[in-house]
Design a protein around this ligand. Sequence first.
Ligand SMILES: [Zn+2]
Length: 306
Amino acid sequence: MMRPRKADNREYTLMIVPHQGQSVISMKIPIKVIKGMAVALSILILFFMGAFANYRHTINTASAEKAELESLRQTNGMQHQQIEQIAKETAVLQEDLRRLNQLDNDVRRMMSMEEQPEASRSGTVRPNGAFNGQGGPTIKPGIDNLANLVREMQANAKERESSLEDLRVRIIDRNARAAAMPSIWPASGDVTSRFGWRSSPWGWGSDWHPGIDIANDYGTPITATADGRVMFADWYGGYGKLIQIDHGNGIVTLYGHNSTMLVSPGQQVRKGDIIAEMGSTGASTGSHCHYEVQVNGTAVNPASFL
Ligand SMILES: [Zn+2]
């Protein structure tokens, strides 16, 4: 059971004493009024404290955002610099690729090839040509432009790679064909008998000479005139000790009258390898090498290959 609250009817007396001798002002303030004022003051203080806290929070948030913005601005600036650097390097790479393209064209022209792949047929670009026209709008390089450029260069490099690979295969093939061509002399010495009709060395009229005779000292080295495989190395009638080499493509070379044979059938030889020593075996009047070139079984003039 609640007891009814007694009304507080106390009063406080407020006295104001002036400095000089004027009369003292006194007033009576009821306790209720003082209490009400205290409550109002408390509410006011609480309100201002809240407002201040809110203000501080807002200020803090704003400065944090400002710092974040500043850091973003710095990052952005750095990224811009990096993009420009990449753009410069990309331009250098582009120039490298153009030179590579030019080199590819030059090598092909030097090899006097008729057919050229699609990429090489496009306009040639000279790094320092006679024309100097240039222009176009100056646009700051963007990531999109750079990505496109890089893709373009990747495609270009791929084309160049397949073009160069094609060239490599062709050069290997050409070198192999050149190596298999009997294009050098089999021995040093004097040509004592040419290819074709000649007066017989035996003194009876004329005969058909299917090769070239090269005379030199007994034992002079005889070399293979092209890459190939030894198909015969043995005595063969008037040829004496004969070596026969197959060079492929129907081309065969013969080296007769040797004193010593240094290779055996089945052996692979390279152009310039020593295969025998000069002699006078078989039908021969002195130390010499009978050198013969056959194409599809027919003797041809060896001089046409030299
Ligand atoms: Zn001969």
